[in-house]
Design a protein around this ligand. Structure first.
Ligand SMILES: CC(C)(COP(=O)(O)OP(=O)(O)OC[C@H]1O[C@@H](n2cnc3c(N)ncnc32)[C@H](O)[C@@H]1OP(=O)(O)O)[C@@H](O)C(=O)NCCC(=O)NCCS
Length: 172
């Protein structure tokens, strides 16, 4: 399994956008499949924030995670950047892919000199807490309770030794 920049696999954009839209479309107003696709196509043009990392097994896409300037507009004033759109395809879950993607995104944020990275989650507070994230605030989004969590990427990298590596080039 390898973490790679989405720009190396443009053919994955369409299916990834479909997965993301199915999973979170209802949470965001006006976030159509076309918008989700355009965002990922934009992420494929750079490796700095905002961008998306893929977890690949050979040519198979297992999952992805994004680093975003802004996630939910209602939480924009909390400060970014944000880790968002963590997704592992159902048949690949439960084998550590989610952990790998989160730590890879944190390592990449450290390389980008991000001082504090945030996320919000509805269901997965314990999962992120086990990866070094701390709960910062409990609030609600469209009436749904969410927890905002944060991490200092440089501290996490010092703890795990996971570094963002050379696959981070947009083109071969
Ligand atoms: C959440 C998700 C990314 C986890 O991916 P995964 O590949 O199954 O995660 P991992 O195998 O790395 O799991 C790591 C650990 O977290 C645990 N875990 C996974 N989901 C969890 C949850 N919802 N709550 C608590 N623990 C969880 C696993 O049991 C595992 O624990 P272990 O290491 O002690 O065995 C995946 O279930 C998914 O894509 N879900 C749909 C999208 C989603 O909800 N994304 C998160 C948005 S905040």
């Amino acid at each position: 399994m390898r973490i790679e920049a989405i720009g190396r696999h443009p053919a994955c954009i369409e299916s990834l956008a479909r997965w993301h839209h199915q999973e979170w479309g209802a949470l965001y107003d006006d976030w159509t499949l076309d918008v989700a696709t355009a965002e990922l196509a934009d992420h494929a043009t750079r490796t700095s924030v905002p961008t998306t990392l893929l977890l690949m097994d050979g040519e198979d896409l297992l999952g992805s995670v994004s680093l975003l300037v802004e996630d939910a507009p209602a939480l924009q004033d909390r400060g970014g950047p944000w880790l968002g759109s963590l997704f592992v395809r159902p048949e690949a879950r439960g084998r550590g892919a989610g952990r790998l993607l989160v730590d890879a995104a944190v390592a990449h944020a450290a390389r980008e000199d991000v001082q504090v990275l945030r996320l919000f989650t509805l269901w997965h507070e314990q999962f992120y807490a086990s990866l070094g994230w701390q709960a910062e605030e409990r609030t609600s989004l469209h009436g749904t309770p969410v927890v905002i969590m944060s991490i200092r990427p440089a501290d996490r990298v010092a703890h795990t030794g996971v570094l963002s590596d050379a696959v981070w080039t947009t083109h071969d």
